[in-house]
Design a binder for this molecule. Structure first.
Ligand code: ADQ
Length: 489
């Protein structure tokens, strides 16, 4: 038993995701500067002490020359990262094309691209081929670095064919796959031309994980209805074995946020913000500028609220922080100008010489500024049209122990399943309902705020990112042991 424990302590976890958790900038022919991005996944895995994590993924830069590739590989090795090199054409077809133009909108119920149907249909097949090719390139790197006893954890919609590629090469490899987005109803998934292939690819894994029970159920129904397979409460029977399918709701490193609130930099930002917005209630939105986040809908609801309740016009401010993403995609550019136009109109309508009701920032904030904003907020507005989980809602709750502000949360975010009892849940498409929720939140008595906050705080601090990663990986280990036992019997 002792030997078993030492082995478990040393177990290596290969985490494969489209992007490595670093940003790499080339400073010379063989010189790279690297910065680790402290995303949720990184801190989640730092917290899992039983495993030694290695990262495999694309560094987000095109490195066509061998000298550059060698130097980057060496620099990344110090951060326990292993790069997959993708050329520009593959990135265009696989990443911008199949991942971001087809799978991302479809999984968020926005449908398949409809403009220029014929062109899309023609490019669809080549994008799907590039997707498979890119996944095979990730698999080649995993296979090269894999050692017996390692566990491999594949992440997200970018890498759906990776489990199949890995198992084809080595059927004893322990392979798990986790989806960070929603998995849509099987009726939506059915519209995808490569609907069956993708399901087969994923089913090759030993364990398939989703944020919520609903997404897991949608996946199992897609497998039963589209592939005619047998679904059970534990997963899907596939090629003589059970592919385990389950919900693993992600969390955040709540301690990191709670600790940061005492940091002098956060304290300074808090004072500045309190001074700046004295006498006004602060409402906050923090999102990547993506169609799924429902930013225009949120701002229109705020306009409706100001229209109906003139009392609040100079007593409330909405801070909308929107980080631009995928800025080279025309639809995202359209969204940016649409948001700017609405904000401009509302500020023109309800602003005065000294104040405006909406502050809209098109940029990312550093961690300290973000914590300070969460801490001074009275009402947070998360109105995603669809969202796998939504971590902003969790981060807000973690920073509200003093203020006990109100969370208005879309019923279409995975987080509605976990924070639903503490938040005010809304249908983000219903502008009237969201406007009413804003009024209710601003007037909510402190006893009710306290009760709701307590519920959410307990959830956020007990269902952490570390716990999420630990549970997934240990279940992945067990799944394989179970399968081995079954074949031995
Ligand atoms: P995202 O769509 O990126 O993640 P979310 O879960 O909200 O959405 O995480 C965003 C992260 O970026 C948060 O940690 C937030 O603090 C940070 N962030 C956002 N805007 C920022 C800004 N302006 N400045 C600084 N930081 C900002 C995907 C899925 C989600 C799922 C996660 C994790 O779409 O549904 O919850 O993965 O699985």
């Amino acid at each position: 038993e002792e030997r078993h424990e030492t082995k478990a302590l040393r177990q290596r976890l290969l985490v494969v995701a489209n992007r490595l958790p670093v940003s790499a900038v080339r400073k010379g022919e063989d010189v790279w500067s690297l910065e680790i991005s402290a995303g949720g996944l990184v801190s989640a895995l730092l917290g899992v002490k039983e495993f030694e994590a290695r990262w495999i993924g694309w560094a987000g830069v095109n490195v066509p020359d061998e000298i550059g590739q060698k130097a980057l590989t060496k620099a990344l090795a110090e951060k326990r990262c292993i790069p997959v090199f993708l050329d520009e054409e593959i990135v265009h077809q696989y990443y911008n094309g199949y991942c971001n133009n087809i799978l991302w909108p479809l999984f968020h119920y926005l449908g398949l691209p409809q403009e220029d149907r014929l062109a899309t249909t023609r490019s669809f097949q080549s994008q799907f081929e590039a997707y498979e090719k890119a996944n095979q390139m990730f698999a080649d790197v995993v296979n090269k670095h894999y050692e017996e006893g390692d566990v491999v954890w594949c992440h997200d919609y970018h890498l759906m064919s990776l489990p199949k590629c890995l198992k084809k090469h080595n059927k004893n490899m322990k392979v798990g796959w986790f989806l960070h987005t929603p998995f849509p109803s099987s009726e939506i998934h059915r519209t995808l031309p490569s609907r069956s292939e993708l399901l087969h690819f994923v089913l090759a894994a030993d364990l398939v994980g989703f944020h919520t029970y609903d997404y897991a159920r949608h996946f199992v129904s897609a497998c039963t209805r589209i592939l005619g397979l047998e679904g059970t409460p534990y997963g899907v029977e596939y090629q003589g074995k059970l592919t385990r399918v389950a919900a693993f709701p992600i969390g955040i490193d709540s301690e990191r946020f709670i600790r940061a609130l005492d940091h002098p930099r956060v304290q300074d930002h808090i004072k500045e913000l309190q001074e700046r917005f004295k006498g006004r209630k602060v409402m906050l939105g923090v999102d990547r500028l993506d169609m799924i986040k429902g930013i225009p809908q949120k701002i229109l609801a705020f306009e409706k609220f100001l229209e109906e309740d003139p009392y609040w016009r100079d007593k409330v401010v909405l801070l909308q922080i929107a980080v631009p993403t995928r800025t080279d995609v025309p639809e995202y550019q359209k969204l940016t100008s649409q948001v700017h136009e609405i904000v401009g109109r509302i500020n023109g309508r309800f602003g005065t010489l000294t104040t405006v009701p909406i502050h809209h920032l098109d940029r990312s904030l550093d961690f300290y500024q973000l914590c300070a904003l969460y801490a001074v907020t009275d009402v947070a507005l998360v109105t995603s049209l669809r969202d796998g989980m939504n971590l902003v809602s969790y981060e807000f709750v973690a920073c509200q122990e003093k203020k006990k502000g109100v969370l208005i949360l879309s019923e279409f975010a995975g987080a509605a399943q976990s924070l639903g009892a503490g938040a005010i849940l809304v249908n983000p498409w219903n502008v009237t309902e969201v406007a009413a929720a804003i009024a209710r939140a601003l007037k909510m008595p402190s006893a009710e705020r306290e009760k709701r906050h307590k519920h959410n705080f307990l959830h956020v601090t007990s269902h952490t990112a570390q716990e999420w990663a630990g549970t997934f990986v240990s279940e992945l280990n067990d799944t394989v042991i179970e399968a081995q036992l079954r074949t031995r019997q």
